[in-house]
Ligand binder design. Structure first.
Ligand code: SF4
Length: 377
């Protein structure tokens, strides 16, 4: 999805005012759905998925044995970090539970028009494929995946062109807060994104759900508008909470100390985690006497959002923190470091298997010279 934060004119206050966005645009709290969702989907049970639009319709299809699909893109970048992977872990869980197809456009075009990438050359192509390998190594099976490089897929251009007559320049400008100084590619990209989202419905008759952050809902609204005009099933969406940055603020790929990149070496991971902001007290004595504040702690947030799946274990950590039984630097930070390293090791191993079967994940042939380079490294 487009990174709203790239657009300097976007009103940050509006972006973070989730309650208003939800009320205004008919997004529902996930609590209303909770009874329908199987408790064994970790990201729902932990309320990492906080809201939805029309996901009840998708669940209804699932109940009736009808197919549907998930779509989530990835723009090629050098700085894939653990926060980026949360959404793909969620997709993996949904796929395991419901057997749905997963469509993954690699949006090199988005990165290019928003000037995050300077060229659309072979290096960009390779980077996109490398990112896809990292994501598939989380455990995706080729049979259930449709992956493609957006700029290499004529079908997407064709659909984007088709949809472009249903969006006005003014609606895109208003929705994205454009000033008029942006390049033409950024305007047309809304049509490309709609093509990514709606292609499974148009080409395979599969209603889709898109997992995104609430701040990205504007793109869903543009796409749903097109879907309504074209009598295509409107895409559903589920809204995912972001993992907190290690420094306490939002996680950002461009601020290395806020995140753990998937290629960070162990020494760097240790340094970042040991420097993380916690809810601990200033002194050991105070920590023992008053206990810590897990709600303010980034380490606890990482446990809760992803790394500790066992609810009892998490509650025990919460209680022991509050009771002053745990010490941040002695107990929790080393624990998180070990969990992050284990996670990193696990998917690094799986990369080899993915590379062997790489072509099976893609809807188009991969350039042979790029494939060879990847297989030789
Ligand atoms: Fe966070 Fe653990 Fe420190 Fe509590 S003891 S504030 S959970 S790091």
């Amino acid at each position: 999805m487009i990174d709203v934060k790239q657009n300097s004119n976007y009103d940050i206050k509006k972006r973070t005012d989730y309650e208003n966005i939800m009320r205004e645009f008919g997004i529902e709290d996930i609590d209303k759905l909770q009874s329908e969702i199987e408790q064994d989907i970790f990201f729902f049970r932990r309320k990492i998925v906080i809201a939805h639009r029309d996901f009840n319709k998708i669940l209804e299809r699932a109940k009736n044995g009808l197919d549907w699909a998930i779509i989530s893109g990835r723009g090629p970048s050098n700085d894939l970090h653990i926060g980026h992977l949360i959404v793909f872990e969620l997709i993996l869980e949904l796929q395991k539970k419901f057997g749905c197809k997963f469509f993954m456009p690699l949006s090199d075009d988005e990165k290019y028009v928003f000037r995050k990438l300077k060229t659309l050359d072979d290096e960009t192509y390779k980077l996109a494929i490398e990112n896809a390998i990292d994501i598939f190594a989380l455990g995706f099976k080729p049979d259930n995946v449709h992956c493609y490089l957006s700029s290499e897929t004529p079908r997407i251009y064709r659909l984007a062109l088709d949809f472009s007559v249903n969006l006005t320049y003014n609606s895109i400008k208003a929705a994205l807060g454009f000033s008029g100084e942006e390049n033409a590619g950024t305007v047309f990209y809304s049509c490309v994104q709609a093509a990514h989202i709606l292609q499974p419905s148009v080409d395979y008759n599969l209603p889709v759900v898109v997992p995104i952050g609430l701040d990205q809902d504007v793109y869903m609204r543009l796409t749903r508008d097109i879907a309504g005009r074209r009598k295509i099933t409107a895409p559903a969406s589920i809204y995912v909470k972001y993992l907190k940055g290690l420094t306490g603020g939002p996680m950002s790929s461009s601020i290395p100390e806020t995140c753990v990149y998937i290629r960070d070496d162990k020494k760097t991971i240790k340094k970042k985690i040991m420097s993380a902001l916690t809810g601990g007290r200033d002194t050991l004595k105070e920590q023992r006497e008053l206990g810590g504040v897990p709600e303010k702690c980034t380490v606890f947030n990482w446990f809760e959002t992803f790394f500790i799946r066992d609810d009892k274990e998490l509650e025990q950590i919460r209680d022991q923190c509050k009771n002053g039984e745990l010490i941040c630097g002695k107990d929790c930070k080393p624990k998180l470091y070990n969990l992050v390293c284990e996670y990193q090791d696990k998917f690094t191993l799986k990369r080899k298997e993915v590379i062997e079967n790489l072509e099976k994940y893609f809807d188009h042939p991969i350039k042979p010279e790029i494939l060879e380079q990847i297989r030789c490294t």
